[in-house]
Each structure stands twice: as C-alpha cells, then as structure tokens.
Design a protein around this ligand. Structure first.
Ligand SMILES: [Zn+2]
Length: 238
C-alpha cells in the first residue's frame, strides 16, 4: 500500500468530493492501492473493500476509529471506539468463497456495485430482497422462483455474513441514560471520507495561514512535516 502524502490527501478529497459515498470509498482504495486500478474494485465483495479501507485508515490516521452516534431512543450522544487492526484481521480470516449455496440457490457475495444499484431504494425490506435478486447466480432446475420468505432471508443473511464477515461492521451500543441496547452499522467508506475531509480542510487552512504570513507556495507548505507546519502556524497565531 502506498503511504499518502499531505498533497495526496488533498488530491483525493478534491477528486472525490462531489461523488456518492460508495464511489468515494472506491476512489480511496484505488488511490492507496495503485495495483488495483486495473481491477473492477466495484465488483469486490464488500469485506475485501472494507479491509482495504481499514488498512488505509490505520495508515493515515492510526488504528483506533473513534466516533459517536445518537441513541435511537433518547438521542443521547454515544461514543464508540473500533480497533482498526481487529477489522483487518477479521477480513484476513475470511477465506471468502465466490458463491454461497442455500437450498438449491447459489448467490455471489454483495459488492459495492450492488449497493450503488440499491442506493436509490428507500424501503429497507424491499432493498434486501432486491440485493438478493441481484446476487442470485442460479437456481437448481425444478425449483420454481418464489418470493423470499422470512426464514429464507434470515438463513441467507447468516450464510453471507459467515462467508464475508467484514461485509458489514456492526457496533454494539448501549445507552447509559435510557438503557437501550442496539446495533448500528458502521459505514467505513463514509467514516474514512469524513476524516479525510476534516484533514484536508485543516491543511488548506494551514496553507492559507502560512502563505499569507510567509509568502510560501502551496507545494512548499504541503511538503513541510506536520511538526514544522504546526510550529510555524503557532508562531503566526502567537
Ligand atoms: Zn438512550
């Protein structure tokens, strides 16, 4: 994996800022792993994409992902921490088969491209069955296609998550105020992009401050180490 420079952060953020979060995630993977640029990263199983994003996040911002979400009952701000290295290990353990077979039906693992197709869907139940329809590779002869029932959906969901455990990252949350316990999905692409955006805007602010004070060019300022940049910025604000 290529280490991103300060200038790379800005270039990545600038090139992806108008994109959908799914595409931002794919752009970030291809920026960090140049050898994947010839591949259709959009067709990777989601766990493989998430593992690459976890590697990138750990390299850029360290191994602990800290964030917060609102309690679904009372709105209390709940903080969470996720170990990025544990995510990378989970992804590595997945010896993901290309397909999963359940009761005569064969599915491939969901990809970013599938999520993008569903992004316009508003009803979650319908989105789940549409996702399965997209991933259904074949049905054994003699089994007429039928509507998915609840048991089917549960079994298929379990098998897919066993086959690709990092496809969905679930946070276990408990609210100390109202006592509610619930799970929430962590969208690694959106999480990384929001950090990248924060870092990029702070860098641009530093460029503005130091260029105004010292007359240096953007390239000169971005080539400074973070320690030197911080030192000069503090002198300007002193
Ligand atoms: Zn609560």
């Amino acid at each position: 994996m290529d280490a991103l420079t300060q200038a790379d952060y800005l270039a990545l953020w600038e090139s992806g800022q108008a994109l959908h979060p799914i595409d931002q995630g794919l752009l970030a993977v291809q920026a960090a792993f140049p050898e994947t640029r010839q591949e259709n990263v959009a067709d990777w199983p989601l766990g493989r994409r998430n593992r690459a994003l976890a590697q990138l996040r750990c390299a850029c911002f360290g191994p602990i992902l800290s964030g917060w979400t609102a309690c679904r009952q009372c709105g209390e701000k709940l903080e969470f921490k996720v170990d990025g290295n544990a995510l990378i290990e989970t992804g590595a353990l997945a010896d993901a088969p290309p397909t999963v077979s359940i009761s005569g039906r064969v599915f491939r693992l969901p990809s970013s491209r599938d999520l993008a197709r569903l992004a316009t869907q508003s009803a979650p139940a319908s989105a789940v069955t549409q996702l399965l329809d997209l991933c259904l590779v074949r049905e054994d002869a003699g089994e007429a296609p039928t509507a998915w029932n609840e048991d089917d959906l549960e079994t298929i969901g379990e098998q897919l998550s066993l086959a690709d455990p990092l496809a969905e990252i679930l946070l276990d949350l408990r609210c100390p105020v109202c006592g509610d316990s619930f799970q929430e999905s962590l969208d690694l692409a959106a999480f990384f992009w929001s950090e990248l955006e924060g870092r990029s805007k702070r860098l641009l602010l530093d460029v503005h401050t130091l260029a105004s004070a010292y007359g240096w060019s953007e390239a000169e300022i971005l080539s400074l180490s973070p320690a030197r940049r911080n030192f000069y910025r503090e002198q300007v604000h002193a």
